[in-house]
Ligand binder design. Structure first.
Ligand code: SF4
Length: 159
């Protein structure tokens, strides 16, 4: 399918696939399968892969993703780094990155090409601006997923 997508767009159009490192479901995609899929996608000439995790209703291991400590930040990073070390295309990673200095250091110490922000920009759309003004500023997003229940999408945390 990714080959068909590549063939349907201009050569300058980047096709980046979001891939779970694990669905965290009983019969869902597991880590070993994710690595195999990533290698197939590379062979299909996708331009990059973004590593994420989990599905609605996840059960396996089901960690509560609310981030309370530094150790809980960047919970997909280790798996994404491992996958990146086995590929030649850019690997992105998303999930619980809260601090600019942490992101900088992870980018320098791994083969990860891009660290993505999702909910953190729902929480604070001007987060990049805040980080540019103060590298020590910490995102206020706690990855609690309460915004998934909103329509239109908005952060439910009181800042
Ligand atoms: S509700 Fe707000 S704090 Fe919670 S995950 Fe969504 S954006 Fe982040």
């Amino acid at each position: 399918m990714s080959t068909a997508v590549k063939n349907a767009v201009a050569p300058t159009f980047a096709v980046i696939v979001k891939l779970n490192r694990s669905d965290e479901l009983e019969d869902g995609l597991c880590y070993e399968e994710a690595i195999a899929v990533a290698k197939i996608l590379e062979k299909c000439h996708v331009d990059g892969i973004e590593i994420s995790c989990g599905m609605i209703g996840r059960k396996v291991g089901a960690p509560n993703r609310v981030i309370r400590t530094i150790e809980e930040e960047g919970y997909n990073f280790k798996a994404a780094s491992d996958i990146a070390s086995q590929l030649h295309i850019p690997v992105f990673v998303v999930g619980g990155f809260r601090r600019f200095v942490d992101i900088e250091s992870r980018l320098q110490s791994s083969k990860i090409a891009v660290i993505s922000l999702g909910r953190h920009l729902i929480c604070e759309p001007d987060l990049p601006k805040k980080w540019m003004a103060d590298h020590t500023y910490e995102s206020q997003c706690k990855s609690c997923n309460q915004c998934f229940l909103t329509n239109p999408l908005e952060c439910r945390m009181n800042h």
